[in-house]
Structure formats: C-alpha cells, structure tokens
Design a protein around this ligand. Structure first.
Ligand SMILES: N[C@@H](CCC(=O)N[C@@H](CS)C(=O)NCC(=O)O)C(=O)O
Length: 278
C-alpha cells in the first residue's frame, strides 16, 4: 500500500515546468483517479536514466512503496490490479479494447499531425539542456528539420480540427468517454490534448469547438490538474476562406449510430432525397 497515500511520479517537463508528454499527462490523471497524491520527481529529457537509477529511458514511471512500474498502460494495469477497491480506470475489458482503438485513431488523426505542426515549438519550449537532444532525436523521428516540418501549419490545422468529429459526436451523447464519470479513455485522449496545450504556440482549436466543454471539465478535475500556468491557449483557430469547417454544426446529425431510425417520419426527408422525389 502506497505509504502516506502517495506515489512517486517521474515527470517529463518543459522549461515552464509543465508536462511534455501525452503518456505522462494521462498517467498523472490515472494516479489521481485512484485517489493517490503525487510525489513528483522533476526533470526533462536528458538524464532520465540517471534520475531513475538506470530503470528506464522513457517516462512515465512510478514507484509505489518501493515497487517500480513502467509504461503508461502498464501503470494503469498495475493500479487497477493492485487497488481494485478504488475507482477503476478500466472498469471492464471492453473499455481496454475500445480505448486502444480510440487511442490509435486519435494518434493518427491528431497527435501525430499536431506534432508535425508544433515540433519546433516543442523543442524551443523544452529545457535549455534538452534542446540539442530534442532537435536531433525528433529530426530523426520526423525525417525533416523541425522548422521545415512545422512550416505551413496554418494550412494543416483546420483539417486536423475537422477530423476530430468522432470524438465530438461521442461527447455530444455522453458527459464523459467513461459515461457518467470519467475513466482512462478520457485521460488517454486528454493526455494528448494537454501535451498539445503545453507546446502549441498558436491555437489549434476554435473558440466555439464543442470539445471545449469536455476539455475544460477534464482540466478542472483533481483540483485543476490540467491548469498549469505554463500551458498555452488552445482556442483561437479561425476558419479562413477555403478551409474545411473546423467542426460540424451541433444540429448536424452524423451518420450511422448517430442517425437513429424512429420510424418513417425520421427517414422520410432522406428517402425523398435519395429517390429524387423531393
Ligand atoms: N510506451 C511508453 C512510451 C513512453 C514514451 O515514449 N515517452 C517519451 C515521452 S512522449 C519519452 O520518455 N521520451 C524520452 C526521450 O525521448 O528521450 C508509455 O506508454 O509509457
């Protein structure tokens, strides 16, 4: 049992002190969800091995009463296994399956493309001693100079915003991805959004984005865990001529599951249109 209800948490930080990793953000929320306090070990990219006594090159990592646990997903599995009587992060195996699918979609649609829009900011905001390592390692990862990769982002941000519609549609019907209460699905996606807020020097989302309500409620959780003063402004993206809609208007139905068949009155207009009787 965690001594004094506290878990040692190895953070990965920018010069501002705010967390710079989707995995680490999600894990901070996961530990708080289980009702533990965080004893944060500060630090950036360089020196992770020294800080953790050679235990890991990657973060997050936690130490619970002397037991090291690595990897964001591994930490969630450990916390639910070790503390089953506290609120579960993954209350059913189906949530693990769905969260994996959601995470993979979000990574491809948003986290990766946003990284390509903010990679030079990511480097510039990192700790001075990390900047050379961040530049060389991320240029290898991305296959380009960071400045070149980031260039033209104003032309790419609108489409990234538009691609988040599946998340908006789900959160139109449910208060949280976890339903009536947040669970790890919420924290996993929020992790990427708070990572974005830590590096995005130009706003990536519209002030009217329907996701704003959920994002801000998540940020308020656990005494305002997502309100570090070093975070950037998320909202301020504007639609320019030729840009796609940044989000679907709330009255737009969405297809499939979102277009409920309640009898002919609900489908008549569509039937008339597709049979050209309108
Ligand atoms: N599968 C790992 C991935 C962790 C990971 O890649 N963390 C990155 C930060 S986003 C890291 O520690 N990077 C250190 C480095 O680049 O040297 C997890 O889920 O915890």
């Amino acid at each position: 049992m965690a001594t004094n209800n506290t878990i040692t948490f190895y953070d990965l930080q920018l010069a501002s002190g705010c967390t710079i990793s989707p995995f680490v953000w999600a894990t901070k929320y996961a530990v708080k969800h289980k009702g533990f306090e965080l004893d944060v070990v500060d630090g950036g990219f360089t020196g992770i091995m020294e800080r953790t006594g050679g235990k890991t090159e990657r973060l997050p990592a936690i130490v619970d009463d002397g037991e090291w646990v690595l990897d964001s997903w591994g930490i969630v599995e450990y916390l639910d296994r070790k503390y089953p009587d506290r609120p579960l992060l993954i209350p059913h195996e189906s949530i693990a399956a769905l969260t994996r699918a959601l995470d993979a979609w979000f990574w491809g649609a948003a986290t990766g493309p946003w990284m390509r829009c903010f990679c030079a900011d990511y480097r510039d905001l990192s700790l001075p001693q990390d900047q050379e390592y961040v530049t060389t390692s991320r240029e290898v990862m991305l296959g380009k100079k960071l400045e070149e990769m980031q260039q033209g982002r104003e032309n790419r941000l609108p489409a990234i915003s538009a691609s988040l519609e599946p998340l908006r549609l789900a959160l139109r019907e449910h208060e949280w991805l976890g339903g009536s209460e947040p669970n790890y699905a919420d924290y996993r996606i929020l992790g990427s959004i708070l990572w974005l807020a830590s590096v995005a020097r130009t706003p990536p989302l519209s002030p009217e984005d329907p996701l704003r309500d959920w994002i801000e409620r998540c940020r308020d959780l656990f005494g305002g865990l997502g309100r570090h003063p070093g975070l950037q402004e998320l909202y301020g993206l504007e639609q320019r001529e030729g840009d796609p809609d940044l989000f679907m208007k709330p009255q737009a139905a969405g297809g499939g599951i979102f277009k409920r068949n309640t009898g002919p009155a609900s489908t008549q207009a569509e039937t008339q249109k597709i049979t050209k009787k309108a």
